[in-house]
Design a protein around this ligand. Structure first.
Ligand code: ADP
Ligand code: MG
Length: 352
């Protein structure tokens, strides 16, 4: 039985022209971490608020551990749902110490022991007497998480937990958050607009766009086999060429010619697709099958990112390349490009 389930939930805000969430269904298995990934305004926070009971859907059902909490005439208020929420701004009480923030609203006889357990879990034992303004962003986030977990919620909801953290801390907190949620055996929905966060931390990813689910899958499925153009571009794919599947089941015909594609057999001949070429698999070589001019170079430390103008080709003007940082190339240079074997994946083009 899923720990969290939404069945065809629709939510329109008062005065909103279109629903913020449209007939959305999703299920989260106990003990797993699901990320809602989507651009700003896609309905991510609204989904969390519907699960927590801060918003009421006009249609559909919400179930927690199999129990109906919203829909079909039933309404369970937020405080009776057993949901712990970590808000985007953490929402700590500024006038309370770390200890009192974590223990807020916890009335069990084991209150002190539970607070100490939570302090240890989030690795803040020596910070108990501090106030929120005496903590870094990452520490505040851990307090918010400890507060949410202290009451042993059925599920934990985290809204953009990494958005206030700098890049180095983000990577660290991804690992920390996973460790803490696993140690607490928590079921969690995390919201993010960052595909790297989602890939790094999730058991499953639900890609949202405009209040609807575009694709659900494991990080590898979502990244490796995006269901459509939206998911592919949102996961950071840059080189998407319009094409059709070749009759041999091993190639794709694009404006840049016929490209080898081992995965083509999963499609029908002549299916409209996007051929997705990984930037790190395009090689600069004199006898490449594609020709173009380097128009931009960006040094990124471990890579050199190049933009190659491939000219008057229908549907595509530029290809993005990820070269070794010491690659011997310069802006304005004419280059040939070779597509390394097994570098092209196909994305269905549902619009044609
Ligand atoms: P996300 O978290 O993905 O950025 P939200 O769930 O916050 O998206 O918002 C989804 C849509 O609902 C947006 O168009 C937003 O403007 C609208 N919206 C969110 N909250 C409210 C509200 N309280 N009243 C009216 N419209 C809202
Ligand atoms: Mg939001």
């Amino acid at each position: 039985m899923p720990a969290i389930e939404l069945r065809q939930v629709t939510k329109t805000y008062p005065g909103g022209q279109a629903p913020a969430v449209r007939s959305l269904s999703l299920a989260v298995q106990p003990g797993s971490l699901v990320t809602l990934l989507g651009p700003s305004g896609s309905g991510k926070t609204t989904v969390l608020r519907l699960v927590a009971g801060f918003e009421r859907a006009e249609a559909g059902e919400v179930l927690l551990a199999g129990r109906l909490v919203s829909g079909d005439g039933t309404w369970v208020p937020p405080e009776k749902r057993g949901v712990g929420m970590v808000f985007q701004d953490y929402a700590l009480f500024p006038h309370l110490t770390v200890t009192r923030n974590i223990g807020f609203g916890y009335r069990g006889p084991d209150r002190q022991a539970r607070i100490e357990e939570m302090l240890a879990l989030v690795d803040l034992t020596s910070y108990e007497a501090r106030y929120p303004h005496e903590l870094s962003g990452g520490e505040q986030q851990r307090v918010a998480l400890a507060r949410a977990l202290a009451r042993r919620p059925v599920v934990v909801l985290l809204d953009e937990p990494f958005s206030n953290l700098d890049a180095a801390l983000r990577a660290h907190m991804r690992l920390e958050l996973r460790r803490i949620l696993r140690a607490a055996n928590a079921t969690a929905i995390l919201v993010s607009h960052d595909h790297a966060d989602a890939l790094g931390i999730s058991d499953r990813i639900v890609v949202l766009n405009d209040g609807s689910v575009e694709q659900t899958g494991s990080p590898r499925e979502i990244f490796g086999s995006p269901a459509n153009w939206f998911v592919a571009t949102f996961m950071g794919q840059r080189n998407l060429l319009k094409g059709v599947v070749g009759a041999d089941g091993r190639s794709v015909q694009t404006g840049l010619g016929t490209l080898p594609c081992p995965g083509a057999h999963a499609f029908q001949a002549d299916d409209p697709v996007y051929a997705c070429i990984r930037p790190d698999r395009l090689q600069v070589t004199d006898n490449g099958e594609i020709h173009g001019t380097i128009t931009g170079l960006t040094y990124g430390g471990s890579t050199l990112d190049a933009i190659v103008d491939v000219g008057a080709t229908p549907g595509v003007e530029q290809l993005h390349l990820q070269l070794p940082p010491d690659a011997d190339v310069r802006a304005g240079q004419r280059v040939g490009l070779h597509v390394a074997p097994a570098s092209v994946t196909l994305v269905p083009d549902g619009d044609r």
